[in-house]
Design a protein around this ligand. Structure first.
Ligand SMILES: C[S@@+](CC[C@H](N)C(=O)[O-])C[C@H]1O[C@@H](n2cnc3c(N)ncnc32)[C@H](O)[C@@H]1O
Length: 236
């Protein structure tokens, strides 16, 4: 069981990693595959309020922003959020992306991170998350919280790597303290979690393939697959 100390350590690790994120070929490949799957699936709608949970430096948030109404990126690492805010500022005043430093751990987390002087929405048409679920210990708890922030009829799209014979080599040793699901997820596992959280029309499929050096046996390269799990919050 990883405790309070380890969560702080994990945040510090992500703070330090933020400057490398935008040139990381694996993250870029995953964002590319994720934004293509969202677009091809008709999930990006004009006017939609979107939440990117565990947004990092906002690679996915910024990639989908032009196709939707607004995007709120939330991340527990202040370093990541600062990077995203700099990119938003560079895009100018018309940019529809905002960033909040928030560790989503309770139904009130997002509310507590909100800015009363300039509030962001707390209910969303679409919630996306890329390569973040494997960093969260209790997936059913997390899903319950995220579903609580979906409007009725809203969609949840989670991207993470598929469990395989080599997938536990995804992370290098120095990142393992940030990871609760080192082997990633099986399709049936994510579907069962989504259904358990009350989502309907649940599906899960591979939307991208990529290679990266093994975390435990570098420089050997290993193949990985990116999953998209999708579900809809029932309207009643
Ligand atoms: C591997 S990074 C992925 C970042 C981004 N989604 C991407 O694909 O580039 C995982 C991110 O999740 C964040 N994170 C992990 N647990 C979180 C939580 N409970 N609430 C908010 N952010 C979290 C970390 O700080 C980190 O930035």
């Amino acid at each position: 069981m990883k405790g309070e100390l380890s969560r702080e350590d994990s945040k510090r690790t992500f703070d330090a990693k933020a400057k490398e994120f935008d040139t990381n070929p694996v993250l870029l490949a995953c964002v590319d595959a994720a934004s293509r799957a969202l677009r091809d699936g008709g999930l990006l709608q004009p006017g939609a309020a979107v939440l990117d949970f565990g947004c990092g430096t906002g690679l996915l948030a910024l990639a989908v922003a032009d196709s939707v109404g607004s995007v709120l990126g939330v991340d527990s690492s202040q370093g990541m959020v600062q990077f995203l805010r700099q990119k938003v500022e560079a895009r100018g005043p018309g940019c529809n992306v905002r960033a909040a430093c928030c560790e989503v751990t309770s139904p009130s987390s997002l509310h507590e991170a909100n800015d009363p002087a300039d509030p962001f929405p707390e209910q969303f048409d679409l919630i996306v998350s890329s390569l973040t679920f494997h960093h969260v210990e209790h997936i059913p708890d997390l899903l319950r919280l995220l579903v609580g922030h979906l409007k009725p009829g809203g969609r949840l799209a989670v991207f993470d790597y598929q469990k395989s014979a080599v997938s536990d080599q995804f992370h290098p040793h120095e990142m393992l303290h940030t990871v609760f699901h080192p082997a990633g997820f099986a399709q049936q596992e994510l579907c069962a979690h989504f259904e358990g959280a009350g989502l309907a029309d649940v599906s899960c499929r591979v939307v991208g393939e990529f290679e990266k050096p093994s975390g435990t046996k570098p420089p050997e390269r290993m193949p990985y697959e990116l999953l998209m799990a999708l579900g809809t919050k029932p309207t009643q």
